[in-house]
Design a protein around this ligand. Structure first.
Ligand SMILES: [Zn+2]
Length: 87
């Protein structure tokens, strides 16, 4: 992420119809996400609950590690395989 990225997007105002654009959850990353990292914090969520972080190829491992060391990581799937109810 660099400062020159600010304001240079050509996508215009964010709209609700933009939700097919999936971006990496890593801080400052604007890459398109290719992975969905599904996780659960047992202290906050019921066991069936799945939270999802999106990740690009470059950040998948980093984010998986972040969740794994906390015991939160459950599985990783391609974004195409994410279920609409995942959140
Ligand atoms: Zn990324």
């Amino acid at each position: 992420m660099s400062v020159e990225d600010h304001g240079t997007t050509a996508r215009g105002a964010t709209t609700a119809s933009d939700d097919d654009e999936l971006f990496c959850s890593a801080r400052g990353c604007r890459e398109h996400a290719t992975w969905g990292l599904r996780w659960n914090n047992p202290r906050l969520h019921t066991p069936e609950r799945r939270k999802v972080w999106l990740a690009c190829d470059a950040h998948r491992e980093h984010l998986e590690q972040y969740l794994a060391v906390r015991g939160f990581h459950r599985d990783t799937v391609a974004v195409d395989a994410l279920e609409p109810t995942d959140g």
